[in-house]
Ligand binder design. Structure first.
Ligand SMILES: Nc1ncnc2c1ncn2[C@@H]1O[C@H](COP(=O)(O)OP(=O)(O)OP(=O)(O)O)[C@@H](O)[C@H]1O
Ligand SMILES: [Mg+2]
Length: 512
C-alpha cells in the first residue's frame, strides 16, 4: 500500500515542495524513514507512532512502514514532517476518506497527538500557493501568521485526531479567515522625540537618515543623550510598505520569532543587540543557519550602542552585509543567503573616560588611550556609515527648559514625504530609498547644480575623501534635497551632506 502527501521545505527563504511517501508492506513490524538526517529519524519515528496510537487511530502491527521524504539530497529539519508522515501512514492504511490531494501539511507532533508549532509557516504557505496548491494544514499556533496570504485556504490544526475528523468530513475545521496585511502606524508605546531637549543638529541628522535609510554614527560624551535619541528613531521612520513588511515577517517566521499576539511584523523592526553578541548572533547561525540580528533588523534599524565594546570579529561581520543588503552564511551542508537591508545606527564615547574633545571637562585617559579606543572602529566600517554626527553635552538651561521639543509625529510627516518621492523615483526596482542606490542610479539621480558641483570638486581633495565617501555624500545630499522638495542637489544640500563627513577628522584625524 502506497500513498503520497505534499509538504514544503525551506532553504533560508527559498522554498521547495517535499513529497512525503509512505509504503506499507506485510511483514514484521518496523518503521523506516529515508530522506531525513540520521539524528532526526528515530525521534520522528517515536513521535509518529505514539501520536497515531494516542489519537484513537491504528498502526498495523503486522506491517513494515517505509517513509521517504523527497527530494532526498536536500538537508531537511525533521520535526516539520511529522504531520505529513502521519497523514501518509493513515492514507496508505485507508483511514482517510476525504480529498486532500491538493493540500500541503506541515507540523510537529507531540506523543499525545497534539500538533505543535513550527518555524517558517508564512514562507511555507506562500510556497504552497506558488506551487498551485489550494489548501495548507499548519499548526493552530501558527495559523495567524499565515492568515495574511490570500488565495489559499489555511487550516489551523490542534491535534491529529481533529485533522482526521476534518478530512473524513465528520467535524470540519473552519479555514482561517483572511486578514489583509495592514502596515501599522508607529506603536504608541514608544518614547517620543519631544522629550529630547536641544540637540537640534543631531535630530536633523537623524531625520535625514530616516528619510533616506542612511547609516549613522553618533559620538559624544556620557549622558549627552545618544541612547535616548537612538531609542526614539523608530518613531520617525517612514511607513513600512506591504512588500517590506511581508519580507521582514518571513524572516521572523523562519527564526521562530512570531507569536499569537504578534503574528506579523507590520512596523519597521528596531534591534539593539548587546555588545556581548557573538558574530554568529549578528550574522545568523546554527547547523541549518537561522537569521541573526542583521536579518531580524531587515527594513528597519540595527542599533549598536557602545560600538567599540563589540568584538573585532562582530564588527568585521557587518562590513559586507551592510554594503550588500544581504548576508550569506556558509556551512558544509549548504550556504544560505538572507536579506539584511538595515539602517545601521552606532553610538559611542570618543575615549574610555568619555570626555575626549569635551568643551569643558578634561579627558582623564592616559596618553594614547583615546586613539587606541577610536581605532577599535576600523576605517572601512567607519567609511560605511553615511552620516557622522557629534552629540555634544546639553546645556543646563536647555535641560531645565519646560518647553517640549518637536514631536516625533511632525518629524515623521516630513520623513514620509521625502520617502514618497524616493518610492516614486525607484518604482519598478527593488530599491526603496536613496541609501541603496547603485552607482549607476547615483549618477542618474544625483544631479548637482553648477554651484554644488564646484563645492564638491573643491572638497574632494581638501577632505581626502574616499570613493565610497564621495558616493555616500551624493546620496545623503539627494535625501536632503528630497526633504526640501528640490529636483536638483543645490549647494546648501551638498554643504550639509559634507558636514556629516567631517567628524572623523576631528576624532579619527584621517580618512581611511
Ligand atoms: N537632550 C536631552 N534632553 C533631555 N534629557 C536628556 C538629554 N540628554 C540626556 N538626557 C537625560 O540623560 C539621560 C542619559 O542619556 P543617555 O543614556 O541617552 O546618554 P548617552 O549619551 O547614551 O550616555 P553614555 O555615553 O553614557 O551611554 C537620559 O535618559 C535623559 O534622562
Ligand atoms: Mg548610552
Amino acid at each position: 500500500m502506497f500513498s503520497k502527501i505534499k509538504s514544503v521545505g525551506l532553504m533560508g527563504l527559498e522554498s521547495y515542495m517535499v513529497d512525503v511517501e509512505a509504503n506499507i508492506t506485510q511483514g514484521k513490524f518496523a518503521v523506516d524513514i529515508v530522506g531525513l538526517p540520521d539524528t532526526a529519524v528515530s525521534e520522528a519515528r517515536q513521535r509518529i507512532l505514539a501520536a497515531i496510537n494516542n489519537s484513537g487511530l491504528e498502526m498495523n502491527l503486522a506491517s513494515h512502514y517505509v517513509f521517504n521524504l523527497a527530494p532526498a539530497d536536500v538537508r531537511k529539519e525533521g520535526s516539520l514532517y511529522d504531520l505529513p508522515m502521519a497523514v501518509a501512514a493513515l492514507s496508505a492504511t485507508h483511514q482517510l476518506r476525504g480529498n486532500y490531494r491538493d493540500a500541503a501539511f506541515v507540523g510537529e507532533l507531540s506523543l499525545s497527538g497534539a500538533v505543535k508549532s513550527v518555524k517558517g509557516v508564512l514562507p511555507m504557505v506562500l510556497a504552497a500557493k506558488a506551487h498551485g496548491l489550494s489548501e495548507v494544514y499548519v499548526p493552530a499556533e501558527n495559523c495567524r501568521e499565515a492568515a495574511v496570504i490570500d488565495g489559499v485556504r489555511v487550516y489551523g490544526v490542534q491535534t491529529l485526531e481533529q485533522l482526521v475528523k476534518h478530512i473524513n468530513d465528520e467535524e470540519p475545521i473552519a479555514p482561517v479567515a483572511h486578514r489583509p496585511f495592514e502596515a501599522l502606524q508607529v506603536p504608541d508605546f514608544l518614547p517620543d522625540f519631544k522629550d529630547v531637549k536641544g540637540q537640534y543638529e543631531v535630530k536633523r541628522a537623524l531625520e535625514v537618515a530616516a528619510a533616506g535609510g542612511h547609516n549613522v554614527m553618533m559620538i559624544g560624551p556620557p549622558g549627552s543623550g545618544k541612547s535616548m535619541l537612538a531609542k526614539r528613531i523608530p518613531t520617525i521612520l517612514p511607513d513600512i510598505t506591504v512588500d517590506e513588511a511581508l519580507e521582514t515577517t518571513k524572516i521572523y517566521s523562519l527564526a521562530g520569532n512570531l507569536s499569537a499576539d504578534r503574528p506579523v511584523i507590520n512596523y519597521r523592526p528596531f534591534r539593539a543587540p548587546h555588545h556581548s553578541v557573538s558574530p554568529a548572533g549578528l550574522a545568523g547561525g546554527g547547523t541549518i543557519p537561522k537569521p541573526g540580528e542583521l536579518s531580524l533588523a531587515h527594513n528597519g534599524v540595527l542599533f549598536l550602542d557602545e560600538l567599540p565594546e563589540f568584538s573585532r570579529q562582530s564588527m568585521e561581520v557587518l562590513r559586507q552585509p551592510i554594503e550588500n543588503g544581504t548576508i550569506t552564511i556558509s556551512r558544509a551542508s549548504c550556504a544560505l543567503t538572507y536579506p539584511c537591508r538595515v539602517m545601521l545606527i552606532c553610538a559611542m564615547n570618543p575615549c574610555p573616560c568619555g570626555y575626549y574633545g569635551h568643551p569643558t571637562r578634561k579627558c582623564t585617559c592616559p596618553p594614547g588611550a583615546p586613539a587606541r579606543y577610536l581605532s577599535k572602529v576600523s576605517g572601512p566600517l567607519l567609511d560605511r556609515l553615511d552620516i557622522h554626527v557629534e552629540v555634544p553635552p546639553v546645556d543646563y538651561a536647555l535641560l531645565a527648559d519646560k518647553e517640549e521639543g518637536e514631536p516625533s509625529a511632525v518629524i515623521r510627516e516630513r520623513v514620509n514625504r521625502a520617502r514618497q518621492i524616493q518610492l516614486k523615483r525607484f518604482a519598478g526596482t527593488n530599491i526603496t530609498c536613496n541609501a541603496h542606490m547603485t552607482p549607476s542610479l547615483t549618477r542618474q539621480y544625483c544631479e548637482l547644480t553648477p554651484d554644488a558641483a564646484k563645492v564638491l570638486e573643491a572638497s574632494f581633495d581638501k577632505l581626502g575623501l574616499s570613493a565610497r565617501a564621495y558616493d555616500k555624500i551624493l546620496k545623503v545630499a539627494r535625501t536632503i534635497a528630497d526633504l526640501d522638495g528640490a529636483d536638483m542637489i543645490e549647494k546648501r544640500h551638498l554643504l550639509e551632506a559634507l558636514q556629516y563627513r567631517s567628524l572623523d577628522r576631528k576624532f579619527w584625524k584621517t580618512e581611511e
